[in-house]
Design a protein around this ligand. Structure first.
Ligand code: DAH
Length: 339
């Protein structure tokens, strides 16, 4: 083994290292030149055949070549790794302009959509939005609304009790009391949110949504109430719809009425949704009972008012012709996509 042979090995190795196209190829070259049976190791082995006096100088030379080739290998390896990372990043780059199929886009839930529509109609009449606690004191859910303990009117709303003095609110009417207690009059508010009742079938959910309206002013009559609700129903369901008020009873209103609208599905001819009557009930209303004002420490008849409460799911069912109320919380995309 001569120095020129060693030089040849060195220049072949350097050429190979810089020409390698990927890490695997480079590694193969490393094995070929620096590995256990690689060219340089073979050169070391040949040292044994050299005359004694030449051995140290040749050994030193081989070592120098080895160090140089190892450094060259490391440099080539890090250059290739960087190149490979760059290529990978380029390949995996996110194309933010890529069009996503509309099926994968989120949509407003129909209950939110209907609630927002109701707000925007009522906002045009000067009503502003309120919410209230979902766990209510018995006092706000019942007593302040003129439903005393043990009064049979409590049976109208099957209640989830949290403890002896707290319930999951059974309606949004307690929002009326919170506003009357804390706000300046006159007042026009619209309250909303989930309410809870022990009830579950094709047309009842244990957890549904209500919209509560309240107007308090110096002179408020039943005709103000009828005008407001008729306007609201026409705006929400469409101009062809009629509204009907049936005398009813609620402890917190006097007089009280139930509100029906003409069935938009069959145009009042009679169908399964309106149970062949041509009319669908959407909620209750009435003039605020002076007893309620008394509880909230509002002076009556200086201040008078009307209130109404509608079921949001019910309004959505009527507007969109949904056949089962349980579709709303099921969150099946095939159902939600239709709105
Ligand atoms: N809170 C009643 C219920 O859930 C609905 C209702 C009736 C609300 C008459 C009112 C009202 O504000 O005036 O059954």
């Amino acid at each position: 083994m001569s120095q020129s042979q060693l030089d040849q090995i060195k220049s072949n190795a350097l050429k190979a290292f810089t020409s390698a196209q990927n890490s695997q190829e480079l590694y193969n070259f490393k094995v070929q030149f620096l590995g256990k049976s690689g060219a340089l190791t073979e050169a070391m082995k040949l040292m044994a055949t050299l005359p004694k006096e030449e051995k140290p100088a040749f050994g030193k030379l081989v070592n120098e070549v080895k160090v140089e080739l190892e450094a060259a290998y490391e440099k080539a390896e890090s250059a290739l790794k960087n190149k490979e990372i760059d290529a990978k990043m380029l390949e995996e780059k996110l194309d933010l302009s890529f069009a996503v199929s509309s099926q994968e886009q989120g949509k407003e839930h129909p209950i939110h959509k209907v609630t927002n529509e109701i707000f925007s109609i009522m906002a045009r009449l000067g009503y502003s939005l309120r919410t209230g606690p979902l766990i209510e004191k018995d006092y706000y859910n019942f007593e302040a609304l003129n439903i005393p303990p043990n009064h049979p009117a409590r049976d109208m709303q099957d209640t989830f009790f949290v403890d002896d003095t707290h319930v999951l609110r059974t309606h949004t009417s307690p929002i009326q009391i919170h506003s009357l207690e804390s706000e300046k009059l006159p007042l026009r508010i619209i309250g909303t949110g989930p309410v809870f009742r022990v009830d579950s079938d094709i047309s009842h959910l244990p957890n549904f949504h209500q919209i509560e309206g309240m107007c308090v002013d110096s002179q408020v009559s039943m005709s103000d109430l009828k005008g407001t609700i008729s306007f609201f129903v026409k705006e929400f369901f469409g101009p062809g719809l009629k509204t009907r008020f049936r005398p009813s009873f609620f402890p917190f209103t006097e007089p009280s009425a139930e509100v029906d609208c003409s069935c938009p599905i069959c145009k009042s001819k009679g169908c399964s949704l309106c149970k062949q009557t041509g009319w669908i009930e959407i909620g209750g209303c009435g003039l605020i009972n002076p007893k309620v004002f008394e509880h909230a420490k509002v002076e009556y008849p200086k201040w008078q008012g009307f209130a109404f409460g509608f079921g949001v799911e019910r309004m959505a069912i009527i507007k969109y012709g949904v056949d089962d109320i349980r579709h709303f919380p099921a969150n099946d995309v095939r159902f939600l996509k239709q709105f």
